[in-house]
Design a protein around this ligand. Structure first.
Ligand code: ATR
Length: 298
């Protein structure tokens, strides 16, 4: 569909943004849904986040995604916060909304001529994407399972809290800086976090550290303290490279494996559903993402 005066926009703001795969994933999905919409990417300094959100609102953008370093900053810039953004303490998706004739706030896709009074509604689609990726890409159901989580940074923290919320049975936390793993263990509700390597077998090892992004990186765990032969499945939040040394070692040890592409896919799919009110065309999005990230769909 050609761009014309009726074209509507979504965008991602990030700093840096150059390697974002989100436009490649969303534009074919919008076209497949028959929408004359476009998804753009903007390099945005955090000092300008507030005015850039106001600008998108004034121009009646449908919605925004936010990535590093904007997700936490945006929390106090929203006019309304969904439970998901409140629970995870971060906003990765904004839906712009206006009041319908019945006085209820509705997403802008519901209006052919949106009114000028628009609010920014903040959501978080990252946490749900973790468990959806584990379920759909790894056939891993968290309830009652034993997990070794590597990393207690931003991504590791959300993974731990989400797994606890989903009823994981045992959670072992390992982090280079042990005090951060201890703090995270103290924050958990519903499961006791054990800091350190497990003595017994685990159902899943989840890498939420940045180790593996560079080819020279060490493994994200100490092979003298833990062997992957004691795990059934392994998930790496990293998706570039497609197979980190951690995932390769896990596959060689007989684990089921999956990389972090699914997390990127499912957070995007949920955002698209929030904006459009339609089911996201997952297979089109996955294929577009793989082409963008790996240069092929295999
Ligand atoms: P993210 O938001 O992606 O989680 P982060 O909060 O900076 O980013 O967390 C990075 C994670 O990778 C942390 O668990 C970090 O360990 P520390 O908490 O000790 O910093 C881990 N990490 C990064 N570089 C590492 C390295 N060289 N060795 C071991 N762990 C590393």
């Amino acid at each position: 569909m050609p761009i014309d005066a009726s074209t509507r926009f979504c965008a991602v703001y990030g700093h840096p943004i150059r390697h974002s795969a989100s436009p490649a994933m969303h534009n074919p999905a919008m076209a497949a849904l028959g929408l004359n919409w476009r998804y753009l990417a903007f390099e945005l300094h955090p000092d300008n986040l507030r005015s850039a959100i106001a600008g998108a609102k004034a121009m009646k953008f449908i919605g925004l995604n936010l990535t590093v370093p904007h997700k936490l900053l945006a929390l106090e810039m929203m006019d309304a916060l969904d439970e998901s953004a409140r629970t995870w303490g971060a906003v990765n998706t904004i839906r712009f909304e206006a009041k319908a004739t019945d006085g209820q706030w509705q997403p802008l896709h519901m209006f052919s001529e949106p009114p000028n009074d628009i609010r920014a509604h903040g959501f978080n689609t990252d946490a749900d994407a973790i468990t959806r990726a584990l379920r759909e890409d790894l056939k891993f159901e968290p309830r009652g399972k034993s997990v070794l989580l590597l990393g207690a940074g931003g991504a590791g923290r959300v993974a731990a809290l989400k797994l606890a919320q989903e009823g994981v049975g045992e959670l072992h936390l390992v982090n280079r800086t042990t005090s951060k793993a201890e703090q995270l263990a103290a924050e958990l509700k519903g499961v006791r976090g054990h800091v350190g390597y497990p003595k017994n077998e685990v159902d899943l090892v989840l890498n939420a550290t940045s180790l593996g992004l560079r080819s020279t990186d060490a493994l994200p765990f100490d092979p003298k303290a833990f062997s992957l032969s004691r795990a059934t499945a392994a998930y790496d939040m990293i998706y570039r490279p497609a197979e980190t040394p951690f995932l390769r070692a896990a596959a060689e040890a007989g684990c089921r494996t999956a990389n972090g592409l699914g997390m990127l896919l499912y957070q995007g799919a949920k955002a698209l559903e929030l904006w459009t009110g339609k089911i996201a065309p997952i297979s089109i999005m996955r294929e577009a993402l793989m082409k963008n990230v790996y240069g092929s769909s295999i």
